[in-house]
Design a protein around this ligand. Structure first.
Ligand SMILES: [Zn+2]
Length: 383
């Protein structure tokens, strides 16, 4: 029996650190949340990082190499400078012997560490890097539109551009395989949809831009669920592969390794390779909505035995942002977006909205997720 919690009762899972700040959370009689039970039921029994996983991965690699024969690249791979995509790049080139086209999307918010990390990695592995620079005026306008709309998923413009560019690269270069850094090890608990709605929803992006944007999106890259999940996948035969799910992947060890081997630098928190994402996840989201993405990240690490629950609870007592630096950071973000600090504060204090307040393809995503789960193609996922 699952209990839905009433809104005013605070509860936290006894197994991970997800709590009622996720309003859709449910608990079983022992007090274990649905993120945990979903992990033990759907992910863990099907996740093999031993010889079995490696064997399955080798078979995929063979197909990738075959499809890439006589071509300059056999797959594409996007790097952000963060740990997952960085480690993936190393694995693809050195462990799997693949020849990836490595690309990076510069949406204007790269931290210096991210830039250094990408350079060191690509140089160290002898790979070429393709950088796609998004028109700053357009993405800035779109980012402001999301902020003005009052929704919680204001990081969408960066993320959407990243995925759209990745699919466009695969399509333009006629590459059949896209490698992604998606992994259960650090992401088996997902951000609830209420916290971070689907960044690929073009209907939502367009509606928010139509209502709050001021500049037409002429070059900003877009994608839609029907184009990349149906057309590219089933008509063009482009396949997404997540190699990190087939091999042992532990965050701290991977960072240590990249540091020693390439002079790669660590970040204080996942996703902090982008200055906007850092501001958004450490300050805006917890402050405005009470959503702390560290709960999701730490819970993933707890479930995969990379962090203790006690350690997570201790770290959650401290704010995710640096209190001494936040005023400066706030000013940096406002200035870069071309608005006064007071205006940005106004948006922070304005009423909160949800993705449901704007046009969306939510139902299409729901149907798609149900079909993929029924076919056993996708496990876990947002809810
Ligand atoms: Zn839990």
């Amino acid at each position: 029996m699952r209990e839905q919690v009433s809104h005013d009762e605070y509860r936290i899972c006894v197994n991970c650190v997800m709590d009622t700040s996720d309003s859709a959370i449910t608990f079983d009689q022992k007090g274990v949340c649905d993120h945990c039970t979903g992990y033990y039921r759907d992910i863990l029994p099907n996740w093999h990082t031993d010889a079995r996983g490696r064997q399955a991965l080798d078979q995929i690699v063979e197909k990738i190499q075959k499809a890439g024969q006589g071509r300059e690249f056999d797959c594409i791979l996007g790097v952000s400078g963060g740990i997952d995509s960085s480690y993936l790049t190393y694995v693809a080139k050195e462990i799997l012997g693949l020849r990836p086209l490595v690309f990076h999307v510069d949406a204007g918010w790269n931290s210096q560490i991210a830039v250094n990390n990408i350079e060191k990695l690509v140089d160290g592995l002898g790979l070429d890097l393709y950088t796609e620079v998004i028109d700053w005026k357009e993405i800035k306008d779109l980012q402001l539109a999301f902020i003005k709309s009052g929704v919680s998923h204001i990081d969408t413009p960066q993320d959407h551009a990243f995925f759209a560019t990745m699919y466009k690269f695969a399509s333009d270069h006629k590459v059949k395989y896209i490698l992604t850094g998606a992994n259960y090890s650090t992401e088996c608990v997902r951000n609830p949809k209420e916290w971070m709605y689907f960044q690929s929803d073009l209907a939502q992006l367009k509606d928010i831009h139509r209502q709050f944007g001021q500049r037409p999106l002429k070059t900003y890259p877009t994608t839609s669920i029907l184009w990349h999940k149906v057309y590219l996948r089933y008509i063009r035969g482009i396949t997404l592969v997540d190699p990190l799910n087939y091999i042992p992947y532990f965050k701290d060890e991977a960072m240590q390794f990249l540091e020693e081997r390439f002079g790669w630098q660590k970040y204080p928190q996942k996703h902090f390779e982008s200055r906007f994402t850092k501001f958004y996840e450490s300050y805006w989201l917890p402050k405005k909505f009470g959503y702390d993405t560290r709960r999701v990240q730490y819970s993933s690490l707890i479930l995969t035995d990379q962090m203790s629950r006690e350690q997570a609870l201790l770290q959650l007592e401290e704010p995710a942002y640096d209190p001494d630096a936040i005023a400066h950071e706030f000013e940096y973000i406002a200035t870069k977006l071309g608005i006064p600090v007071e205006e940005l504060e106004g948006y922070l204090n304005a009423p909160n909205k949800s993705y449901r307040d704007y046009r969306s393809q939510d139902q299409l995503y729901d149907i798609g997720a149900r079909v993929l789960r029924a076919l056993g193609i996708e496990r876990g996922g947002k809810r």
